[in-house]
Design a binder for this molecule. Structure first.
Ligand code: ZN
Length: 260
């Protein structure tokens, strides 16, 4: 049964509260929109904490960005949302936030593009990094443009992340997957480095996406998205030694050179 606009307003309030509770947004960060009609977008207003929104705080605007209903100014990052809606008719909700670990990767200039976890490959494939663009200007959407047709979430360089889907909870859960994946990748790096799956295993997961009806338009695996084990060969042979063994090796080398 299609939801009423009032129910969709409640959904935005709910997702805003969840984003705030998860620590993905500070102060008045982040924004959420839902496509409620052919030329009708329900959007969060600018300068308001998204954790304590009321349904009547939301505004309605057109796909061209004109405010149709509501008294508050629309989110300053509205153009980012509208660019996604104009490019992807299948998308009905967009969520933007600054989740700390995913944003850490975005600030470090690193996409989440390793094929590490079956669930992430099934859900997102990979999470690219869009080039930096000044927030609140068309430059922000410009950097995202190349990735919108093929990906359902991306990092925004020196800024945050955006995720989108058929409804606002799909978009929210994709953002949740991005942040969780970022945390796991970081943990793996602290433990010596993440090891991607082999290309053949990633291909099997992409084939499964087709069977499950997930993102049917983008089930073709393009090598490199995500990177497989073959794409990141571990050339440097690593060995482990204790401090005592290291001192003994240095001592021996100095003795041989006649330093002692
Ligand atoms: Zn932002």
């Amino acid at each position: 049964m299609p939801q009423t606009e009032q129910q969709l307003r409640d959904d935005i309030v709910d997702v805003g509260r969840r984003m705030s509770e998860k620590g993905w947004i500070a102060a008045s960060d982040g924004n959420i929109t839902i496509r409620v009609g052919e030329d009708r977008i329900l959007a969060t207003p600018a300068g308001v904490c998204k954790g304590t929104l009321a349904p009547e705080d939301l505004i309605v605007c057109s796909l061209a960005g004109e405010r149709l209903e509501g008294t508050r100014p629309p989110t300053t990052e509205l153009e980012m949302h509208l660019t996604i809606y104009r490019t992807r008719p299948d998308i009905h909700a967009v969520v933007h936030a600054h989740p700390p670990t995913a944003t850490g990767f975005a600030v470090a200039g690193r996409p989440l593009n390793l094929g590490l976890l079956p669930e992430v490959i099934l859900c997102l494939g990979a999470v690219p990094l869009a080039e930096y663009g000044l927030p609140g200007t068309p430059a922000l959407a410009e950097g995202m443009r190349p990735y919108i047709p093929k990906f359902d979430a991306m990092l925004l360089a020196n800024h945050g992340a955006v995720a989108y889907g058929e409804n606002v909870f799909k978009a929210f859960f994709r953002m949740d997957t991005v942040e969780h994946f970022a945390r796991i990748t970081l943990a793996a790096e602290l433990l010596g480095g993440a090891r991607p799956l082999a290309r053949v295993e990633i291909q099997k997961l992409f084939d499964a996406r087709g069977r499950y009806g997930l993102n049917a338009s983008r089930n073709h695996y393009e090598p490199g998205w995500p990177l497989a084990a073959e794409d990141v060969p571990d050339n440097a042979e690593k060995i482990e030694i204790t401090r005592e063994q290291l001192v003994a090796i240095i001592d021996e080398a100095l003795k041989v050179r006649g330093v002692y």
